[in-house]
Design a protein around this ligand. Sequence first.
Ligand code: BJW
Ligand code: ZN
Length: 274
Amino acid sequence: MAKRRISDFEGFQKVLNNAKSIIVLTGAGISSESGIPTFRGEGGWWKTYRSADLATPQAFQSNPALVWEFYNYRRHVALNTHPNNAHKALSEYEKKCKSEGHHLAIITQNVDGLHKRAGSENIIELHGNLFKTICTNRKCIFIDENYDDPICKAFKLMSFRDPNVKDDSLPVVMKEDLPKCKKCNSLVRPYIVWFGENLDHEVLRKSRELVESCDLCLVVGTSSVVYPAAMFAPLVAQRGMPVAEFNITEEPADNSFAFHFPGKCGTTLQKALG
Ligand code: BJW
Ligand code: ZN
């Protein structure tokens, strides 16, 4: 196995300049400098709350109001942030690639919409989108998109309650007041892939195609523990193609990656693509 190159910006740029098809796999860390909490790091969602209470179909089944409260709050947080230097560097580099007849695609686990707001065009959203809903009526399954904050009147002036703490002072939103489908008036749910749910078939097919054909992969701000996304970069490395990881951690997620750039990706990614 070739020696891993740490913070070798010059070496990386030689590889980058020769790459014709680049994939960039992003995770919550790329949005942390915009002020959006990650999941597993310091102050991460899953450090305070149990993912089983908020991000599973079972949680929605047993307490749709709590789950909606969480996603309503997440929408509010995302709407009040802006793309940072890392999002912008990727969007700029996609334009450069386009002008040179090369290809760059972002495969993101994020649901915050910040890549699109930064101007990126080629984006695959693996885990859905905070600003989309899907109807729970199996005969309807209408997918809608909206940026309303709050998502419905019932959440007006409500913050997100800690599900670990019993707090009777906060009003509970009634099921009939939760967001409804425009077409059939049934309850809608966030268009998010929760634990134990399959990713959209077409989204997964397109991602696999890119993973199997790219000649360079960048992995940015992800703990690489959630499947199937976690296997994409190792699959690229197994084909003998270079993988460059950008993460604040000193340790790489996988020893087979060619490059590792420790530090905040708002800085390292901009320098690497600049
Ligand atoms: C910085 C930084 C800075 C910070 N600069 N870096 C195979 C093996 C084992 C388990 C499974 C398997 N296949 C499937 C599973 C089960 C499960 C899974 O993977 N579990 C693992 C946890 C073990 N996977 C699933 O259930 C998936 N479904 C599936 O595979 O269907 C088939 C199936 C059906 C039935 C049963 C079993 C399988 C679906 C996964 C859906 C994930 N959903 C979530 C929540 C919804 C989205 C939302 O609400 O926002 O998606 S979980 C959460 O984790 C979210 C994220 O997209 C995802 C990944 O997290 P991410 O982005 O990596 O964030 P963090 O916080 O973990 O890491 C941040 C990183 O950034 C850190 O490394 C920091 O160091 C770094 N960082 N600041 C650079 N400034
Ligand atoms: Zn409907």
